[in-house]
Design a protein around this ligand. Structure first.
Ligand SMILES: *Cc1c(COP(=O)(O)O)cnc(C)c1O
Length: 410
């Protein structure tokens, strides 16, 4: 028999969302008339913008004509999309970039996972806690870790607790690490990092020859002026950071699939013998061999997000979600619940007013018929917290908030 990759067996296999589903089903069976409002999973709910949809349709029609037919495209993405992103999304931030540094893909989730292909297993990795589980689990899958301890920390990974005390921005690690995952605006805590905070990490990375993986999936949700949208707004970051961005949350592409990864040419690693290696070259090689590009209509639709009309409509959808976030944050705060996030991100990270994360999950489901995500599912430091998502219909959000206020408000 072929031998299996036993690293997969180390994973605490997909416990969170199946368990949530199980508890909802149990509740729904016992209470068939209850109208359950789901603010748990981080998926968008609004349709694509009309301008984006039009470009999508037109590009599909292109494929039906012999003049405009497109077969395999460049593995790195079409120039029209790469140039648009550089011009419309990075230039306004004062960030210069070469087209050869931008790689279009079908998602940030897979890019965050696949990037590990071009890094040696000997690298020491630092991961925040709580965290988007993909960073942790993909390191387990490639074999960088030992087993998990009883808390859920894997041997070999350096965990960086993000707590109320440190404002959900971690302290620098107390040992040398080679790779650091940062996600701002953060999923699950909804909090952001200031330029000074990011500078601390860039300085650390430059001083320690480390690489930062910066996940900016929620950058479009930033509403405050002084918050960085890209790590490259920090001086020196082009020498030490790889940035992941996605159209998923920005433009409702969770089902369409389009994202990008920026690997600047200056980000260097070394061989075992100490010879310098360009990660940009390795990533290009990796993508050319293992990936065949994102479909032409999807890339046309993505480019339309940054057209004048497309961006105006896209912003309106983001504003709609952010108004939901405000309603949740202010409503819960008024009920005496401590809330974080929700200002520059679509997530509200609240402190459980009663018991553990799972206790609060059950209470919220039983008494308010509202579903969220227990903070402990994102890591041990998430215990006692709870994530509510602002993706959803306004009416549902308002109903959910008024039910919570009724239950916990004084
Ligand atoms: C939703 C999300 C992404 C986007 O993933 P896609 O594969 O592009 O849909 C990336 N990172 C985080 C933290 C997310 O929550």
């Amino acid at each position: 028999m072929a031998r299996a990759n036993e690293n997969y067996l180390k994973l605490k296999a997909g416990y969170l969302f199946p368990e949530i589903g199980r508890r909802i089903n149990e509740f729904a069976t016992a209470n068939p008339d209850a109208k359950v409002i789901r603010l748990g999973i981080g998926d968008v709910t609004r349709p694509l913008s009309p301008t984006v949809l039009k470009a999508f349709h037109a590009a599909v029609d292109d494929l039906g004509s012999s003049e405009n037919f497109h077969g395999y495209g460049p593995e790195q993405g079409y120039g029209f999309l790469i140039d648009t992103i550089i011009e419309k999304s990075y230039k306004p931030l004062g960030v210069e970039m070469k087209p050869s540094e931008v790689f279009i893909s079908d998602g940030s989730k897979c890019d965050c996972a696949n990037i590990l292909d071009i890094f040696d297993l000997s690298n020491k990795v630092a991961i925040c806690d709580p965290v988007y589980p993909v960073y942790n689990d993909t390191n387990v899958m490639v074999g960088r870790t030992g087993q998990a301890d009883e808390k859920g920390y894997y041997e070999g990974i350096v965990y960086l607790p993000c707590t109320e005390e440190n404002g959900f921005t971690p302290e620098l690690p107390n040992q040398k690490v080679d790779i650091i995952y940062l996600c701002y605006p953060n999923n699950p805590t909804g909090t952001v990092a200031t330029k000074d905070e990011l500078k601390k990490w860039v300085d650390y990375a430059l001083a320690n020859d480390a690489v930062i993986f910066f996940d900016a999936a929620y950058e479009a949700f930033i509403t405050e002026d002084n918050i960085p949208h890209s790590i490259y707004e920090i001086e020196g970051a082009k020498r030490c950071a790889i940035e992941f961005r996605s159209f998923s949350k920005t433009a409702g592409f969770t089902g369409v699939r389009c994202a990008l990864t920026v690997v600047p040419e200056e980000v260097m690693g070394k061989t075992g013998a100490g010879e310098p290696v360009s990660f940009n070259k390795l990533w290009n090689r990796r993508q050319s061999t293992k990936f065949n590009g994102v479909s032409y209509p999807v890339q046309r639709a993505a480019a339309a997000v940054y057209s004048d009309e497309g961006w105006k409509e896209t912003r309106e959808i983001i504003d709609y979600y952010m108004e939901n976030a405000r309603i949740i944050r202010e409503g819960l705060s008024a009920a005496g619940i401590t809330c974080y996030g929700g200002v520059n991100s679509p997530y509200i990270w609240l402190k459980s007013p009663e018991g553990s994360s799972w206790d609060f999950f059950d209470k919220l489901l039983q008494e308010c018929h509202v579903v969220g995500t227990p903070g402990s599912g994102f890591g041990p430091s998430g215990e006692g917290y709870f994530r509510l998502s602002a993706f959803g219909d306004r009416e549902n959000i308002e109903t959910a908030v008024s039910r919570i206020k009724e239950k916990w408000g004084k």
